[in-house]
Write a protein that binds this ligand. Structure first.
Ligand SMILES: [Zn+2]
Length: 286
């Protein structure tokens, strides 16, 4: 068993948010905005080394990038984590013993919404439930993809024009029954609006899913994935390489939705994190 040293970690969570305005001038270097909170991204300094350290949270590899001569891990924190919880980051460096870093999870409150609806509109038929279960297993497998890649394009662009919802993490209760929290950002746009790759990557999966309808999933390397759902048209094929801003489909209302919009999710180490952290600030409405 490798000898392990432990040290507590105080993260500079929110440092980027508190920085003076001048610091925010170069979005490509400050994205993602880091915040060690449920649904957030923690940035953990791993120090200087010739070779990239390899880091894990549980059984999942974590994204590690070099910045200014030092290595940093970017860790997606599950929405299900509680404030005050500690995540354990296992770090393996070439030629030295494994180390465990503790990552304290801060607080972020997400909204809840209680809805009363006729049971028939939320209860799935036996067939739909079976389909959903199959698709859930497949999606979980796709989202666990970890592709080695030296430079991961972390800064993203909004994949479709339109106003963004702030409903990431929103937990809905239908007739008192809790549903999974909302794992993405909804962008309001009419059917047919082009959807582009938020950043450069490879098409990992396309398909028609029960809840998410026409769906494209991109692999940006080292467990950073983006997902585009409810598409009316898919203009991408598995394994295809796409540049940032390259069209991959069109906005639609496929799957379980009440109207056309783009659902946009971002995953890190299999965890859905707030896509807004990867995007430049939304232009102020006028
Ligand atoms: Zn959505």
């Amino acid at each position: 068993m490798p000898q392990q040293s432990r040290r507590s970690f105080i993260l500079a969570a929110g440092a980027a948010l508190l920085a003076p305005r001048a610091f925010a001038a170069a979005p490509s270097t400050v994205l993602p905005r880091v915040a060690s909170v449920p649904g957030g991204v923690a940035r953990v300094r791993l120090g200087a080394a010739e070779q990239a350290p390899v880091a894990w949270v549980g059984e999942h590899r974590v994204l590690v990038q070099r910045e200014g001569g030092e290595w940093f891990a970017f860790v997606g924190i599950p929405l299900s984590e509680k404030a005050g919880a500690k995540l354990r980051l296992q770090v393996h460096r070439a030629g030295s013993a494994a180390e465990t870093l503790e990552l304290r999870v801060g607080a972020r409150k997400y909204a809840t919404q209680h809805l009363k609806v006729p049971p028939s509109t939320v209860d799935l038929s036996k067939e739909d439930l079976a389909r959903y279960e199959r698709e859930r297993a497949r999606l979980a497998q796709v989202i666990a993809t970890f592709t080695d890649s030296a430079a991961v394009p972390l800064a993203m662009r909004q994949p479709a024009p339109g106003s963004r919802s702030s409903s990431f993490g929103l937990r809905r209760y239908f007739n008192g029954q809790s549903r999974n929290p909302h794992t993405g950002m909804d962008i309001a746009a009419p059917t047919g609006t082009p959807v582009v790759a938020a950043t450069a990557g490879r098409v990992l999966d396309t398909g028609d899913y029960f809840f998410s309808g026409g769906t494209v999933i991109l692999d940006h390397g080292q467990g950073l994935l983006s997902l585009y759902a409810h598409l009316s048209e898919i203009d991408a094929q598995a394994e295809q390489l796409v540049a940032a801003g390259e069209p991959i489909g069109k906005v639609g209302a496929t799957g379980r939705v009440t109207g056309p919009h783009l659902h946009f999710s971002v995953y890190l180490n299999t965890v859905a994190v707030d896509p807004a952290l990867f995007l430049p600030p939304e232009p102020a409405a006028r």
